[in-house]
Design a protein around this ligand. Structure first.
Ligand SMILES: Cc1cc2nc3c(=O)[nH]c(=O)nc-3n(C[C@H](O)[C@H](O)[C@H](O)COP(=O)(O)OP(=O)(O)OC[C@H]3O[C@@H](n4cnc5c(N)ncnc54)[C@H](O)[C@@H]3O)c2cc1C
Length: 369
């Protein structure tokens, strides 16, 4: 990678310093010249610092489940380089009516009896939840440690990261017989690159427009979470519990509990903030269906989960504009698919054709986008 004053030349420019961009740059670093630009002063400022930190192999369509299983294997392999494990055992218990649990349960989830459900989560009021499914392969994830691992790896392998550098404009310089190059203005930097990767999260469609690329209908949806004090803390080995109708989920967070109303409300790309009335309604709901006894809200936050119309991410080269690669639309699966998706994207960026079925399922050229 060459640096001339405020001008930088690299092979692959990754726009977005969340888990998607960092995982990909980490997979590429040392193999090619990679530069990450992030608009905010810190990495992971938006959705990637606002998740529930749970990886659930039974969650999502088949291709998401496959990427989740691969991500778990890749994170377990990288954990050997870290002083503390990134993943910790934490099962996932889905509760609700017979029909909704059956519809949501798949793959790694198996049904449990009402008595088993109550043994696993005695705080539930059983009259509200006739059926349950358990995913024992699900784990908690130290997402900060995972992002820090990727940041370190990028830098150790000669990659670069520029924070506080929003991409403002771009143009493509055709190269005649040669490949052309992107010229991107980001913050004070003038960056030339062979490829630009769109890992801009909620801003992915806006970023595409800056590069004159057709938008793919990437819609951000609000999702709120809160840390609450409770009368009856959960044991450390308690499963994460989620209602199959997606009205709430919760899990232990030390002596406190993380709760979410599981809402999916469309939003503009923005620094989303919680609505006090949503948090109050959540507290009432959880107190009515469990014996946790929420006594107060310690903090709450909102992030944007960005999805396409079919709910699958968009990964791969744009079919019209040269050198523009999509890595967006991770929705509620961004951490659990991060390393698996980065592995596939890195291979594609290096001219390989890995996992044909996965590439086709996530392709920016698929029908409906
Ligand atoms: C409440 C909640 C709970 C969740 N729980 C889980 C969970 O348990 N497990 C799981 O796997 N997933 C979960 N998710 C989803 C997960 O957090 C996201 O899928 C993931 O963080 C998305 O990562 P990203 O890198 O695509 O986006 P982001 O983290 O938003 O990163 C995109 C970055 O691009 C930058 N950017 C945008 N435009 C520009 C520009 N023009 N120039 C430079 N930079 C730009 C932004 O500043 C941003 O930092 C949850 C989400 C929420 C909101």
């Amino acid at each position: 990678m060459k640096n001339r004053g405020d001008s930088v030349d690299c092979d692959i420019l990754v726009v977005g310093g969340g888990i998607a961009g960092l995982s990909l740059a980490s997979a590429l670093a040392g193999r090619t010249g990679v530069l990450v630009v992030e608009a905010e002063p810190t990495l992971g400022f938006h959705t990637s610092s606002r998740s529930a930190r749970q990886l659930i192999p039974s969650y999502g369509p088949a291709v998401i489940q496959e990427l989740t299983v691969r991500t778990l294997a890749l994170i377990r392999a990288l954990e050997v380089h870290l002083p503390e494990p990134v993943l910790t055992a934490r099962s996932f218990l889905l509760v609700g009516s017979e029909e909704t649990v059956r519809d949501r349960a798949s793959g790694h989830m198996h049904p449990v009896t009402p008595a088993q459900m109550m043994a696993l989560a005695p705080e539930l009021k059983p009259e509200h939840f006739p059926a349950a499914g358990l995913d024992t392969t699900s784990v908690g994830c130290d997402t900060d440690a995972l992002m820090e691992y990727h940041r370190r790896r990028i830098l150790d392998r000669g990659g670069r990261i520029l924070t506080g550098s929003p991409v403002r404009s771009a143009r493509y310089e055709a190269g005649g017989e040669q490949f052309g190059r992107w010229v991107t203005e980001a913050g004070e930097q003038h960056i030339t690159s062979r490829v630009v990767v769109n890992a801009a999260g909620a801003w992915a469609d806006e970023l595409a427009a800056l590069y004159s690329v057709r938008k793919r209908g990437l819609q951000p949806y609000r999702r709120t979470a809160a840390i609450v004090d409770v009368e009856h803390p959960l044991p450390a080995d308690a499963p994460m519990v989620a209602d199959a109708d997606e009205t709430f989920y919760y899990r232990a967070d030390g002596n406190r509990v993380l709760v979410s109303p599981s809402e999916s409300v469309p939003s503009e790309p923005m620094d989303a903030r919680p609505h006090a009335e949503d948090v109050a309604a959540l507290v009432d709901l959880v107190n009515s269906v469990t014996t946790l006894g929420i006594t107060g809200v310690v903090k709450s936050w909102t992030g944007l989960r960005t999805q396409t119309a079919d709910g699958l991410p968009v990964v791969g080269y744009d079919d019209v504009v040269p050198g523009f690669f999509w890595l967006a639309g991770q929705g509620g699966y961004g951490f659990q698919t991060s390393s698996g998706m980065a592995e596939i994207a890195a291979a594609m960026l290096q001219g390989e054709q890995p996992k044909k079925a996965v590439i086709e399922a996530l392709s920016p050229t698929r029908a409906g986008l």
